[in-house]
Design a protein around this ligand. Structure first.
Ligand code: C2E
Ligand code: CA
Ligand code: CA
Length: 743
């Protein structure tokens, strides 16, 4: 790994592998330590045993040498030749020469009862008696012990015919250094064996023998005990240590030391152990590696799936942007920081304009494509944002702190400039725009829900003021919302307590005859006076009030115009009403109650009501058509009308929106559009009416394009039932009144 710092994932793995690695290292260390300890213990015991063996071996060697000497001086002949006589020739043959030749004793002396030397030999040859002088001090250490033993010995008696008298040898030995040479020096009492000849006095002669601890002896010794590097050291070198046997004299002083190279069986053991040890180490490592690899894969899977689950819980699957849950979490943190660190938090709500229409006309796939594109554009618009979240649908929220964002309105405009660009895709060129609401929170103690509500209010204001806008939240907006709430309550009350009424606007044909009227709802508020429908209808649609309100309109219009014989009546119905299950049944019931003829009634729908192919809407439309109601498509040209929608629902009439009509005089393009719309309607055999006709010039141009019906201030403003009934020639027997003949 080349990263300096462990990532979260590595850290988790390390936490799992840590114990495995530690365990493996522990086992390995234990194995090595045990082996080392074992080998070392082995060496220690071996050393002890070797030292013990050398000690014993040396003592045995001395004993054997003693025995050789004892054999030579323990017989009747020796008593005769050395005690009774002083036979130097005998001594040469049996002691000096013999011991030198067969056993390597370099010196042999014989002392009489008074410890006076009377025989000396050196290297097998007779020597002068003065040769004894250097050995005398060492021999002096031995003699007392010999004499003491001699005294303790039971009296020697000759027992004819009973074999030898069996006396154990009386001997003493020690180690001594003479002229730089180390000797084993022994003293042996001369004794009889059969007792034919007994010592003359109380003290028999003593043989003193010396054998150098030299190459011969050391060679034999090392061969016998398989020792390496055996050597003898004296003086200051004769100190205790490994591979050392201290040689002491009778006083206990070390006079020399036998040294050898201690055997290290551990080395052999190590050689033998090495291979099995290596195999064991390899096995342990292999097992650890396997465990790590296996559990590594499992852990990786676990971590990955946990991360996936976490990601899913906090992200929108389509755009991979954080979702509502994560937005709240982050917003909570950022707002919480305001109290301690100051600064500001900017919350930006973004909502695509007319997204529902794209989704409904082109399908969900197109909708998804737009949302994904928006997410990408949002990211590029705010690369430094704290968070960009998708709340679902076409709603996005961007969070910024002062340090990473430009001023609040600027960032709003920047987002809009990035988002509001046409999108070229498989569905053609889609016009995209968005509305934006921004709030800057600069004080502590604000809850995430509140901050979001403020941004949402600003967004709502953008939508209200014509979409494609950026609005900065102002505290009055909250007041406006409260105001809306109050209005909603008032409208609900108006349904039961009064204040609602219907006005009618005439519609004329080419000849200026009032053949039909459009029913329009009015609300007179107790305090506010007239409230425009453009304000309270959307309010009712948003709050669900539109259902009872729509029912009120139908009931009232049926009641007021049910008795008419000829003029047709157009009634506005909201998309929300068409989407309500049972709406057709409600209309049928109301129609039956009022006893009206459905063929005289036309339902005006906006294009949005027909979008989406919702089964309930389709069912309602079909049922109402079967009852005899006809349909007009209101505000035609402002939405995403498509030919297929017109054909599928087989509307009877299109109503060209007044925005096109008002543009007719000044705008050539508007004229071309109106012309195209009328042509299209004719090709589909639909009737066409133009609304918002205010001038003769507009009417003339519409006539030129082929329009046959007109509605607008030119013809008449919305008016009371009585007024319109009179114009339409209803209510009395008068024929329908003509406004103006087409020129
Ligand atoms: P709309 O269906 O497009 O109704 C026509 C609107 O255009 C009416 O506004 C009418 O007063 C106005 N208008 C008529 N001629 C002219 C003209 O020459 N110039 C101009 N500038 N305006 C003209 P109103 O009554 O304020 O209604 C506004 C909207 O409220 C209606 O638009 C309709 O969508 C809705 N609305 C009204 N009554 C009802 C209702 O009973 N139910 C439902 N669902 N919606 C209604
Ligand atoms: Ca209308
Ligand atoms: Ca209209």
């Amino acid at each position: 790994m080349t990263i300096d710092w462990l990532t979260g994932r590595d850290w988790r793995k390390a936490r799992l592998f840590g114990p495995i690695i530690a365990l493996t290292l522990g086992v390995l260390t234990l194995l090595v330590l045990t082996s080392a300890l074992l080998v070392q213990r082995f060496d220690v015991t071996a050393k002890l045993r070797e030292a013990h063996m050398v000690d014993h071996g040396f003592a045995r060697q001395v004993e054997e040498l003693d025995k050789v000497v004892a054999t030579q001086v323990s017989w009747d002949d020796a008593i005769l030749s050395l005690d009774h006589k002083r036979d130097a020739d005998w001594a040469d043959f049996n002691i000096g020469n013999y011991l030198y030749t067969f056993n390597g004793f370099t010196h042999a002396f014989v002392l009489d009862g008074q410890e006076q030397v009377f025989y000396a030999s050196h290297n097998g040859d007779r020597a002068g008696l003065d040769a004894y002088a250097p050995f005398a001090p060492v021999a002096a250490q031995l003699i007392p012990a010999i004499r003491a033993a001699e005294q303790r010995r039971p009296p020697l008696r000759h027992r004819p015919g009973k074999g030898n008298i069996v006396v154990p040898p009386i001997q003493a030995d020690t180690v001594g250094v003479i002229d730089g040479q180390v000797y084993i020096i022994g003293a042996t009492l001369v004794q009889p064996d059969f007792g034919h000849v007994l010592p003359r006095g109380a003290r028999a002669p003593i043989a003193i023998t010396a054998i150098p601890i030299g190459n011969r002896l050391l060679g034999q010794f090392s061969q016998r005990y398989l020792l390496d590097g055996v050597k003898l050291v004296t003086g200051s070198q004769a100190v205790p240590g490994p591979g050392t046997l201290l040689l002491k004299d009778r006083t206990g002083a070390s006079v020399a030391a036998l040294k050898w190279t201690p055997r290290k069986p551990s080395a052999v053991l190590f050689d033998e152990l090495l291979l099995p040890l290596l195999v064991a180490l390899g096995l342990v490592c292999a097992v650890a590696l396997t465990i790590m690899r296996r559990s590594g894969a499992v852990v990786s899977d676990l971590i990955a799936s946990e991360a996936r689950a976490k990601h899913l819980a906090f992200h929108d699957p389509l755009t991979r942007l954080p979702n509502r849950a994560m937005l709240f979490e982050r917003l909570h943190t950022l707002l919480g920081r305001l109290g301690t660190r100051g600064g500001t938090v900017t919350v930006i709500c973004v909502d695509l304009d007319r997204f529902k229409e794209i989704n409904d006309t082109l399908g969900h796939h197109a909708g998804d494509l737009v949302i994904e594109t928006m997410a990408v554009r949002l990211r590029s618009a705010c690369p430094d944002a704290e968070l960009i979240a998708r709340l679902g649908g076409d709603e996005f929220v961007v969070l910024c702190t002062r340090s990473d964002c430009a001023s609040a309105p600027d960032i709003g405009l920047r987002i809009r400039s990035h988002l509001a660009a046409p999108l070229q895709c498989e569905y053609g060129l889609l016009d995209i725009d968005c509305s934006i609401g921004v709030v800057v929170v600069d004080h502590a103690g604000v809850e995430p829900t509140e901050a979001l509500r403020w941004a949402d209010l600003a967004l709502y204001r953008s939508k209200q003021e014509g979409k494609g806008r950026v609005t900065l939240f102002r505290p009055e907006m909250d007041a406006a919302l409260q105001d809306r709430r109050a209005m909603e309550a008032d409208l609900r009350r108006a349904l039961t307590d009064g204040g609602l009424s219907i006005v009618y606007q005439p519609q004329v044909d080419l000849q200026g005859r009032v053949n039909s009227v459009e029913a329009l709802l009015r609300w007179t508020h107790v305090e506010r006076g007239e409230v425009p429908p453009g304000l309270f209808i959307p309010l009712a649609e948003e709050s669900g009030l539109i259902l009872p309100l729509g029912e009120y309109v139908l009931r009232r219009v049926f009641a007021e115009t049910g008795a008419w014989r000829r003029a047709r009546v157009a009634i506005n119905v909201s998309a929300e009403q068409m989407r309500a299950p049972g709406f057709a049944a409600l209309v049928a019931r109301l129609a039956a109650e009022a006893g009206i003829s459905p063929t005289r009634y036309e339902i005006e729908l906006t294009e949005t009501a027909l979008l989406g192919d919702e089964p309930v809407t389709v069912g309602n439309i079909e049922a109402l058509k079967r009852l005899g109601f006809s349909f007009a498509l209101d505000d035609f040209g402002t939405g995403y009308s498509s030919l297929s929608v017109l054909q599928r629902f087989s509307v009877d009439k299109i109503k060209i929106d007044r925005s096109f009509v008002s543009g007719l005089e000044a705008d050539r393009e508007a004229e071309a559009l109106v012309d195209a719309m009328i042509r299209l309607a004719r090709a589909l055999e639909l009737r066409v009416i133009a609304e918002g006709v205010e001038s003769e010039a507009q009417r003339d141009q519409l006539v030129k394009c082929g329009c046959t019906e007109f509605q607008g201030y030119l013809v008449g403003r919305p008016m009371t039932l009585e007024q319109v009934a009179e114009l339409a020639g209803e209510g009395g027997n008068a024929p329908p009144r003509r406004f103006r003949r087409a020129g």
